[in-house]
Design a protein around this ligand. Structure first.
Ligand code: NDP
Length: 252
C-alpha cells in the first residue's frame, strides 16, 4: 500500500522534544523522509533511530535556528541529499511568561529571537525549496507553530503571545503569497500541551498558574498535535487549512 506522504521530504525544527519530536515520528510513519533539527544532537540521534526501527526514514541535522548560517547549511544538505524539502514544520519555540513589570528583558529577547527571528530564519532557508518542490510535485506545506496565545488573553503571557500573534498573522499573509505557487501555509494554534515547554518557566506565579491548570485540566499530548500535522499534510493539494486551533476540552 502506498502511504499518504510517500516521496515527500519534511523538515521539522525543534524536533528534539515535545510536539516537534512527535510530529516527526508521525510524518515519518505516514511515509515522508524527515530531517529533524534542534540543538541537542543526542536527542535527534535517538529520534532518528526510533523512526528507523519503526520502518521510517529520517536524518538528524543538529543546529540552532537563531544561526542563519546553520539553517542555510541544513537547507543545502536537504537539497543535496533529498532534492529539497516540500514540508517545513516551523516549530522551535520557547515560552517564558512573567508579569511585564518584572522587566525580564533577557527573556523577552529570548522569546522574540527564537519564536520570531528563528522562525523567519527557517522561512528564509526553506521557502525557496518549498516553492520549487510545490511547482514540481504539485504541493508543499509550510506549517507554522503558533499558539492559542495568538487569540486569547492570559495574564503574564504578553510577550510570548505577541510572538505567536506575529506567527498567525504572518502565516495568513504568506498563504496568500505562496498559495498560488502550490505552497499551502497553515498556522497551528494549540492550547496547553504537556511538554518540556513548561519546564523553562522561571517566574513563580506563572509556575503556580501552570501547576493549577495541570490539576484541573487534562492537557493535550504532543501526539494529539502530531495527528493534526499529519492530517494537514495528507489533505488533497487543493485543500489548505489556514488556521487550526486545538484545545484541551476543559481549557477555557
Ligand atoms: P519543547 O520545549 O518540548 O520543544 C521546543 C523545541 O525547540 C525543542 O526541540 C528545542 O530543542 C527546540 N529549540 C529551542 N531553542 C532552539 C534553537 N535555538 N534552535 C533550534 N531548536 C531550538 O516544547 P513544545 O514541544 O511544547 O514546543 C514546540 C512549539 O509548540 C513551540 O513553538 C511552542 O511555542 C508551541 N506551543 C506549545 C504549546 C504547549 O502548551 N506545549 C502550546 C502552543 C504552542 P533544543 O533545546 O534541543 O534546541
Amino acid at each position: 500500500t502506498i502511504q499518504p506522504l510517500q516521496g515527500r521530504v519534511a523538515v521539522v525544527t525543534g524536533a528534539s522534544s515535545g510536539i516537534g519530536a512527535a510530529s516527526a515520528e508521525k510524518l515519518a510513519g505516514l511515509g515522508a523522509h524527515v530531517a529533524v533539527l534542534a540543538r541537542r544532537a543526542d536527542r535527534l540521534t535517538e529520534l532518528v533511530d526510533r523512526i528507523g526501527k519503526n520502518g521510517g526514514s529520517a536524518t538528524a541535522i543538529p543546529g540552532d535556528v537563531t544561526d542563519t548560517g546553520a539553517l542555510q547549511a541544513a537547507a543545502d544538505q536537504v537539497a543535496a541529499e533529498h532534492g529539497g524539502a516540500d514540508l517545513l514544520l516551523n516549530n522551535a519555540g520557547v515560552m517564558l511568561p512573567a508579569p511585564v513589570e518584572e522587566l525580564a528583558v533577557d527573556q523577552w529577547k529570548h522569546q522574540i529571537d527564537l519564536n520570531i527571528t528563528g522562525l523567519m530564519n527557517a522561512i528564509a532557508a526553506f521557502v525557496p525549496q518549498l516553492v520549487k518542490t510545490g511547482g514540481e510535485r504539485g504541493v508543499a506545506d509550510l506549517i507554522n507553530m503558533s499558539s492559542i496565545g495568538a487569540q486569547n488573553i492570559f495574564p503574564n503571557f504578553a510577550v510570548y503571545s505577541g510572538t505567536k500573534a506575529y506567527v498567525t498573522h504572518l502565516s495568513r499573509h504568506l498563504r496568500v503569497e505562496l498559495g498560488p505557487k502550490n505552497v499551502r501555509v497553515s498556522a497551528l494554534e494549540p492550547g496547553i500541551v504537556g511538554t518540556e515547554l513548561q519546564d523553562h518557566v522561571t517566574d513563580q506565579g506563572a509556575q503556580d498558574w501552570l501547576a493549577g491548570s495541570k490539576d484541573t485540566i487534562e492537557w493535550l499530548t504532543p501526539q494529539d498535535i502530531a495527528e493534526t500535522v499529519g492530517f494537514l499534510a495528507s489533505l488533497p493539494p487543493r485543500v489548505n487549512l489556514q488556521q487550526v486551533t486545538i484545545m484541551p476540552t476543559a481549557q477555557p
